[in-house]
Write a protein that binds this ligand. Structure first.
Ligand code: OOG
Ligand code: MG
Length: 254
């Protein structure tokens, strides 16, 4: 099977915001192949001028695993084209069926080579911020297998990052809320992210090393959603609050 062909399929689906059938329905490929499809699909984006700005972890919370029926941690790549300014606007025409989820974002302050131990991460991360990830599966009905979603760069499509605060370790139980037009849409705790979001950062260093991706100073690491994701609609003001870190938000254009 031609992995490059699968990569072009997901890339074109993302580029045109047109859903496709799950790749796994007609192709048999394993997890390692899926990460290779993701890498090849990202090459297409880089060729169009997009720049890698960081990594994201997925299915780091039970709420997300249950919602999507996938029970293994996954990772994907973030590019500058996915960034939405805090309090900025998101235009739905570039998306298929986008959903939003509340997250915590970490900022890398020093190049990371290889896996870093949990207790040594302080030397590499200088700041953290409340964030919202907008995910948009390229597969029909937002349905996928583990291999499908990995090939599709873990549904990554956009992110909004709030104001940075100095990184600290004691963030193991912070309330995380997402609001749609000031109505509480989802609520969880940072402990729902692997028991401690720093564990997501640790996992990112392990996975990046395993797959030969480098993590550079200035990169962002999205730790994964604390709650299930919700579909967003035109005209909605979406915001997220992480206890002690402040608020982040965007408006869905109408
Ligand atoms: C896959 C992406 C999962 C998270 O934070 O758990 C993810 C999906 O749900 O489509 O980003
Ligand atoms: Mg996410």
């Amino acid at each position: 099977m031609d992995l490059k062909e699968l990569a072009l399929k997901v890339d074109i689906a993302a580029f045109n915001a047109k859903p496709i059938k799950q790749l796994s329905l007609e192709n048999s490929f394993d997890l390692q192949d899926a990460y290779e499809v993701q890498r090849l699909a990202m090459e297409e984006r880089y060729m169009r001028g997009e720049k890698l700005i960081g990594l994201k972890l997925g299915f780091t919370s039970y709420a997300k695993m249950e919602q999507m029926g996938v029970h293994d941690m996954i990772w994907g790549r973030l590019t500058d084209a996915m960034l939405i300014e805090n309090r900025g606007e998101l235009n739905l025409n570039k998306f298929i069926h986008p959903r939003a989820e509340p997250e915590i974002c970490f900022r890398v302050s020093k190049d990371i080579h290889g896996e870093i131990k949990l207790e040594d991460l302080d030397g590499y991360i200088d700041a953290m911020a409340p964030a919202i990830e907008i995910i948009d599966s390229r597969f029909e009905h937002f349905k996928f297998s583990l291999e499908d979603v990995v090939a599709d760069n873990c549904s990554s499509s956009a992110l909004v990052v709030g104001d940075w605060t100095k990184a600290r370790r004691d963030i193991g139980d912070l309330k995380m809320q997402m609001y749609f037009n000031d109505r509480l849409e989802a609520e969880g705790s940072s402990k729902d992210i692997l028991g401690d979001p720093w564990k997501s950062v640790q996992a990112a260093t392990r996975l990046a090393a395993q797959y030969g991706e480098s993590i550079k100073a200035g990169y962002l690491i999205m730790a994964g959603a604390a709650t299930a994701a919700s579909f967003i609609q035109a005209g909605t003001e979406v915001s997220a609050v992480v206890e002690g870190m402040g608020e982040v938000g965007f408006r869905v254009a109408s």
